[in-house]
Design a protein. Structure first.
Length: 280
């Protein structure tokens, strides 16, 4: 205990200050201030307490700190591989979707987070779409190049997301409803990434004759979706896959399968068609 009169540190059992002799009471004792948070010291995600750099367990709540001390922003390739495997396993899990209260911080458990509305407006000037043009040429011949003109012009998009900021640890997490909306947009766009991967595959086979090795591009849609899942999970503070219904997981698996077939089919028939149209 620190004496309010002279600032001397006394033991918790002391009744009088050893430095100035003043009587110590609960009203007169000045509690020691919390030490400043050292960014190099692990912060417990369970209670938010700062621990010594060599601590293995939180001194406040006893939570193990072995995985807590790692910076979530510094993920290695092995970590991404584990996330991708967990994502794939989660898609096969038919368990019911979890529910949660967004006002509770997923990082430290603080039950009183305050809302923050994030609004963003972007203006996109789209020129000729070479991807659409090349795909159109493969499917329709030279006249298919006109497909690249589709959607040309300026496009204004407004986006609004609800986030929750923890009053204890200061971390922010996206609302579950908005996280699910972002996931829906990502799954809807998987076919576009499949077409883009197929175009790269066709060009690689036509120019470099990569053959069967080029079909690793068939995994691009699935890996892209796994990457998006990892990013949204980081914003959410928990794996997003846990909040998907069995029906949503089945739809995701179907989308991945169809996108993979699109890449392989266009890769198989794209080069022969391209050779015939170019007179090779």
């Amino acid at each position: 205990m620190k004496c309010k009169h002279c600032g001397a540190d006394n033991s918790n059992e002391s009744k009088f200050c050893f430095q100035c002799g003043q009587e110590l009471s609960p009203d007169d004792v000045q509690q020691p201030e919390d030490p400043p948070v050292d960014p190099t010291h692990p912060i417990c995600k369970n209670c938010g307490a700062s621990n010594t750099i060599d601590a293995k367990f939180c001194h406040q709540c006893g939570q193990e700190l072995s995985s807590e001390a790692e910076d979530p922003e510094q993920k290695s390739d092995d970590d991404f591989g584990k996330d991708a495997l967990a994502f794939g396993a989660g898609l096969l899990d038919e368990s019911a979707a979890k529910t949660r209260n967004d006002t509770v911080c997923p990082f430290c458990g603080e039950p009183d987070c305050h809302p923050l509305q994030k609004n963003e407006t972007t203006v996109t000037n789209k020129s000729y779409g070479w991807g659409s043009g090349c795909c159109g040429m493969i499917l329709l011949g030279p006249f298919g190049l006109l497909c690249g003109l589709c959607g040309k012009g300026s496009k204004v998009e407004s986006k609004s997301e609800l986030w929750w900021v923890c009053k204890k640890c200061g971390k922010a997490h996206i609302a579950l409803a908005d996280a699910l909306k972002k996931w829906e947009v990502a799954t809807d766009g998987i076919y576009g990434s499949a077409v883009a991967a197929a175009i790269v595959l066709i060009v690689a086979k036509y120019l470099f004759s990569f053959g069967i090795l080029a079909y690793i591009m068939a995994a691009v849609p699935a890996l892209g979706l796994a990457t998006v899942h990892s990013e949204i999970s980081k914003e959410l503070g928990e794996p997003l896959i846990n909040f998907l219904t069995p029906e949503q997981k089945k739809d995701c698996l179907s989308s991945i399968a169809i996108a993979t077939v699109i890449v392989i089919a266009l890769g198989l028939f794209g080069v022969p068609l391209l050779n015939s149209w170019l007179g090779d």
